[in-house]
Design a protein around this ligand. Structure first.
Ligand code: MG
Length: 137
């Protein structure tokens, strides 16, 4: 990847998932700065203040849904190009379709199994932080 450090915004209302994702991502060699928004409204005001390099987005969120957050990100000229990774427990086809329609860069169903959760977050890290080239924020 082309960036020295990575600025990630996790939009997630499940504290357990936040702790796990942070724990896994903190083991990366590249410095990753992680901020967390626990609901859609907070996420949008955080995005307004500071643009991260990448967003990890849950769909089922209090106040403003993940789909609406995604729409707002894509409608904002400032944030429209940044990668958004949807990370949701839903494996409903309509959510998958709506997320891609809304401009998600990928859709990942959050694994229930801890081992699998670990592997999936690791592969997000490998691909999006190490392989992919992102625009500088
Ligand atoms: Mg949720």
């Amino acid at each position: 990847m082309n960036l020295d450090s990575m600025d990630l915004l996790i939009i997630e209302d499940n504290p357990g998932d936040v702790v796990l994702a942070k724990e896994i991502l903190s083991q990366v060699e590249r410095p990753v700065s992680i901020r967390v928004a626990e609901d859609g409204e907070t996420a949008l005001s955080m995005l307004d203040e500071h643009l991260p390099n990448m967003v990890l987005l849950d769909l089922n969120l209090p106040r403003i849904s993940g789909q609406d957050v995604l729409r707002a990100i894509r409608e904002n000229p400032k944030s429209h190009a940044g990668p958004v990774i949807v990370f949701s427990t839903s494996d409903a086809e309509r959510d998958v379709v709506a997320a891609y329609d809304g401009g998600a860069n990928c859709y990942i169903t959050k694994p229930v199994d801890l081992d699998r959760f670990f592997k999936v977050v690791r592969s997000i890290e490998n691909f999006w932080l190490d392989v992919v080239r992102l625009p500088a924020s």
